[in-house]
Each structure stands twice: as C-alpha cells, then as structure tokens.
Design a protein around this ligand. Sequence first.
Ligand code: LRY
Length: 222
Amino acid sequence: MFVIAPGTLVVSCQAAPGNPFHSAERMALMARAAEAGGAGAIRANGAEHIAAIRAATTLPIIGINKLGDPAGVFITPTFESAVGIVAAGADLVALDGTLRPRPNGTRLDQQIARIHAELGVPVMADVDSLEAGIAARDAGADLVASTLSGYTNGQIPTGPDVELVRQLAAKLDCPIVAEGRVRTPDDVRAVCEAGAYAVVVGHAITNPMDITARLVSAIPIA
Ligand SMILES: CC(=O)N[C@H](C=O)[C@@H](O)[C@H](O)[C@H](O)COP(=O)(O)O
C-alpha cells in the first residue's frame, strides 16, 4: 500500500523561514489550492504545517521533518524526527535515503523498520543516485524518489534528473517518484515517460519568490 495512487501529481507545500509564506495557515491554503487544481497528494514539512494541512484537506500527506545541517542528512534524519509528523497526520514518511553518514551512526534499515513497526506508515526514500536507490530499497523503503539528485555534490542542474528516474524505474521493484526541479508540463511528461509512478512539484507551484525570480531573470537587459 503506497498511499499515493499511480499517476498522482503531488504538490510540495513548503516555505522556509524568510519566505513571506512561512506559516502553517498559508501552507494549508496552498494545499487547498493544489487540491482544487487536481493534485492527488501533498508533501509538507514539520508537525505544525502538517497538522494545519490535515485540517484543510483529506488528500494524503507525505510528511518530512527537516532538521539539522542542510549540507548533510537533514530530511527526517532519525526515527524520532518522524514520530511527530505522523502524529500530526502524515500518511507516509519521506526521509533521506542517500549513502551519506546518518546522525548518531544510525542505519537506514533500522530507521525504516521502526517507522513501519511503531508508526505503521510506508516510507519513501529521497535519493541522489541509482546506488543509493538500490540500497534504500534493500533497506526496506516502499517508494524511492529522485528528490536529492543534484543537491549532494557540485552544481545544481536546472531541470529534473530524468535519467535517474529511468534507471531507478528499470532497476527497482517499487514505485519511483520523480521529485526535484520539475517545472513544466514537458518535465512532467519526460519523467512519466521515464517510468515515474508519481511526480512531486514544489517551487514551480508554491514558491512565488522563485517563480518571480525566474521570470525577472528572463527580462533582456536594456
Ligand atoms: C533538496 C531539497 O531540500 N528538497 C526539498 C524536499 O522536500 C524541497 O525543498 C523541494 O522543494 C521539494 O523536493 C520539491 O522539489 P522542487 O521544489 O524542486 O519542485
């Protein structure tokens, strides 16, 4: 049971501190707007925002809890960080599934096993490579997502990692979720043709600052 249906567009309703939309109420409005537009699920960060979104929509929620240093493992890095988001209403927990060292020497397979056993929800591993995806599936992940591709080394690419989605879909026996820099209908088609089970879109829908900056940067300098 994967919580999200095949062919779902998931809208990531996140706003970091410093973003004028950084509040639970505003993220709940984003979730309602996403639902009205046809989204089939929401991705959200932190117990407070998830609780507000849970009260505003019946859509499934992929919950995360960003903690610690963004240069390392910071998306739901421990079992403990998953407890509050499930209590707040998350139906599925997403967590860092890269091969990087985890906090306090914890192991991915142990974290996933505890989430399954004690919280009773499926787990989606956010990975950055085929190798990490294979390891995360072996560790018990129910779904694998391309979320962290482009963020763990070097320069951040402009578009989604369609090739990683294709490789994960060809190799793994679980749903593959395309996430990260999906911005246009062509991007959505490309990741779906590559084998994505579902597609997560964040900034291109829920971050007006990012949308504005991209359009401003397209204005020719006089
Ligand atoms: C790398 C990282 O921290 N990704 C985060 C994961 O939750 C979010 O900041 C992204 O917005 C989300 O993955 C959706 O991606 P995009 O906003 O590119 O559509």
